[in-house]
Design a protein around this ligand. Structure first.
Ligand code: OAD
Length: 234
């Protein structure tokens, strides 16, 4: 059953929202984790063991993502932010396509693939160069190897970002979950926290997820098609 939007809205997005922009997802038939092993590429241990290998993989992904444009689902969320008071967008994506579509306030739970930071002296920068001129990139302040500004498996999420996301989950009256397999914690708990606090759950996904059973409304299909349609009806 469809209901008009009343009260604060939380949106949680995952790789599926960028799929139609050409960014590969992680799980599923064409997912990155079918070809690559996360423990060799997306952990602090992997980076310590072989920073060149890890950087080659991130440099390849940066090139791929850099050639992609936001799609109509990203645009619909940017429109919602402009139109709805009390709107919070939380993403697990590191691709920056929400910002490219015009979203201003994006809580990036897993960081950004465009950020580089120094593990030694805390130097940070945003760099959109693809390919990077030097692999691995070096810190201009202290010469240490820079790391991608993303969250790897086994690492804590940025505390302030996570706190803001929890607050939004506790206070929203509608949670819209778009293109995530909802299996990676703590992101996957946000919709459940919202539900426990009485929010209505709408899921947009081409496939069933562990959240589908709790959803008040399921939009089964591609986000770039179904999300703008759903928003247009509101
Ligand atoms: P996944 O790759 O796990 O899930 C993508 C989801 O998008 C799946 O549920 C698909 O069914 C759905 N999907 C695919 N195409 C879609 C489309 N066109 N429209 C709507 N839905 C579509 O990606 P995430 O859930 O984002 O973390 O993964 C969560 C985290 O696991 C990522 O942030 C990353 C990964 O390992 C880290 O690397 C720390």
């Amino acid at each position: 059953m469809r209901e008009p939007i009343r009260g604060p809205v939380l949106v949680l997005t995952g790789a599926g929202i960028s799929a139609e922009s050409g960014v590969p997802t992680f799980r599923g038939a064409q997912g990155l984790w079918r070809t690559y092993r996360p423990e060799q590429l997306a952990t602090p241990q992997a980076f310590r063991r072989d920073p060149v290998l890890v950087w080659e993989w991130y440099d390849w992904r940066r090139g791929l993502i850099g050639a992609c444009a936001p799609n109509r689902a990203h645009q619909a969320l940017a429109e919602m932010e402009a139109a709805l008071p009390g709107f919070t967008l939380v993403t697990q994506n590191v691709d920056g396509l929400h910002q490219a579509a015009g979203s201003r306030d994006v809580l990036q739970l897993h960081g950004s693939i465009w950020d580089l930071r120094c593990p030694a002296c805390r130097y940070e920068t945003t760099n959109r160069q693809t390919p990077l001129p030097e692999i691995p990139p070096r810190c201009p302040e202290c010469g240490e190897t820079l790391r991608p500004g993303v969250v790897w498996f086994g690492e804590p999420l940025p505390a302030g970002v996570l706190q803001a996301a929890w607050e939004a989950a506790k206070n929203c009256s509608l949670v819209l979950v778009v293109g995530t397999s909802a299996v990676v914690q703590p992101a996957a708990s946000l919709p459940l926290v919202a539900l426990q606090n009485g929010a209505r759950l709408v899921e947009v996904n081409v496939a069933e997820t562990p959240l589908s059973q709790y959803a008040h409304e399921v939009l089964r299909g591609p986000a770039a098609e179904l999300l703008p349609q759903w928003w247009a009806r509101m």
